[in-house]
Design a protein around this ligand. Structure first.
Ligand code: ATP
Length: 437
């Protein structure tokens, strides 16, 4: 069963995944804070991406570039000129809209303001999405800088640094995870579109004649990643861009899309950026950003295939896809069927009651499992209610310590999805938990 947005937003607030930012001051313009469970889950999303893109490969290295950088980067990359959305104002209610998101009315064929229905809209004008700021104490044109609207330029301007220090050669990639900022005209749909968000981007440098094959490879590889982490295939699709949708740097893009409650929406864009960025930066900086192949004597600008995903948006997709309601012994239960790699906690340790005799063994089990994975420990309320609480936050396994445990040195493992329980000696617990995760 797929959740609707309200259920997810409520669950996120109630259980500490995501809070509206600046809440005690009435919130702040579609910004959000990640709470105790949200921070764990978001880290897991990023970690799962890093594991698949860097750890399990020998052709990709990592990078963590600064958010602030020379404004010359954004001039050369074309963002100052082209990173715009078409903005229209409603003259009647003064609301602002992205023109490309407004559709003509089916009755009269006119474009109406979604807020007040007026057709008195200004002409569309290009609105640059980059946040501008000043670096240093003087606020003048020479101190202007921009918060990065994508992490990708950090990969391009460090191309030679990475090439020289990692001794990689095309085909190879540079991976980066970090915050990006866009002054979106219409943020919304919870954390789907925010002005501050986190991206997970790979720039994969290839010989130009191999770009087509690598583009296809990365489309399939990225689709596989979402499916492997539990998003059902019916909620995922790959959608090639129409020529008029393409970004200024792209010769071909396909989006991995997810079936959100309001329709299909992008999780990740996979673009063939050609040699656009490296050429632009070579020209603008005067530093030659070509690859020199000592075996053939060739010197060339690699083409770049870029799978660019949103960490915060992907976390929301995992929550939506995992949300389920079933019935256990005639009782309604909310359960987040999250992949163990993505769930905030992998194990919850629950003494049957708060009895003083149980607590030492329960804490012994906790300390046994903590070095292995993220554990929750909960000794309040009835055991049934505590199972429900763990189901609702997606914890795959609960370990229960009861009075028998004191005699037989065994505990019960309960599975979130099947609710099946098995008895396991404490001595074998680490092995057993590892096998199940
Ligand atoms: P959209 O069409 O939704 O504005 P985009 O095509 O501009 O997205 P890209 O530039 O391809 O997005 O960025 C790569 C990924 O970064 C997106 O697929 C998305 O997951 C994430 N992303 C982009 N903008 C935002 C945002 N404002 N809030 C949250 N995530 C975002």
């Amino acid at each position: 069963m797929a959740a609707d947005m309200e259920e997810i937003v409520n669950l996120c607030k109630r259980r500490g995944f995501v809070f509206p930012s600046s809440e005690i001051y009435g919130g702040f313009r579609s910004t959000y804070d990640y709470g105790p469970l949200g921070v764990l889950m978001l880290r897991n999303v990023k970690e799962a991406w890093w594991r698949s893109m860097v750890q399990l490969r020998d052709d990709v290295v990592g990078l963590d570039a600064a958010i602030l950088s020379s404004p010359k980067i954004w001039a050369a990359s074309g963002h100052l000129q082209n990173f715009t959305d078409p903005l229209v104002d409603c003259r009647n209610c003064k609301e602002r809209w992205r023109y490309d998101e407004l559709a003509p009315d089916s009755d009269d064929g006119l474009i109406h303001c979604p807020n007040c229905r007026s057709t008195d809209l200004t002409d569309a004008r290009a609105f640059n999405l980059m946040f501008k700021t000043y670096v240093g104490p003087v606020e003048d044109e020479s101190s202007v800088a921009y918060l990065r609207p994508e992490t990708a330029q950090g990969h391009f301007v460090n191309f030679l640094n990475v090439l020289q220090t990692s001794r990689k050669r095309p085909p190879f990639g540079i991976a980066q995870v970090g915050k990006s900022f866009r002054n979106e005209i219409t943020p919304g749909n919870f954390v789907f579109r925010t002005r501050e968000f986190e991206q997970m981007e790979l720039e994969y440098f290839v010989p130009p004649d191999e770009a087509g094959a690598w583009f296809d490879y990365w489309c399939q590889e990225r689709l596989r990643w979402y499916a492997e982490l539990g998003i059902p295939s019916g909620m995922l699709r790959l959608r090639p861009h129409e020529p008029e949708e393409l970004s200024h740097y792209s010769s071909g893009t396909s989006d991995v899309e997810f079936r959100f409650p309001w329709g299909w929406g992008e999780l990740e864009g996979i673009a063939n950026r050609t040699d656009f960025d490296l050429r632009q930066h070579s020209q603008a900086s005067g530093v030659e950003l070509q690859f020199y192949d000592p075996t053939t004597g060739d010197r060339y600008f690699p083409y770049v295939i870029e799978p660019a995903a949103g960490a915060t948006r992907t976390m929301m997709a995992f929550l939506l896809a995992g949300y389920d309601v079933d019935e256990i012994a005639g009782e309604r239960r909310v359960v987040l069927r999250l992949h163990p790699r993505i769930a905030p906690y992998q194990v919850a340790i629950l003494p049957l009651s708060r009895n003083d005799r149980l607590v030492p063994t329960a804490r012994e089990v906790l300390h046994l499992l903590q070095p292995l994975t993220m554990c929750d420990y909960d000794e309040t309320q009835s055991i049934g209610r505590r199972y429900r609480r763990q189901d609702e936050i997606g914890t795959p396994l609960c370990v229960t310590v009861d009075f028998e445990s004191l005699d037989d040195r065994a505990v019960t493992i309960r599975d979130r999805d099947s609710t099946e329980q098995v008895r396991v000696p404490i001595e074998k617990l680490v092995e057993e938990i590892q096998a199940r995760l």
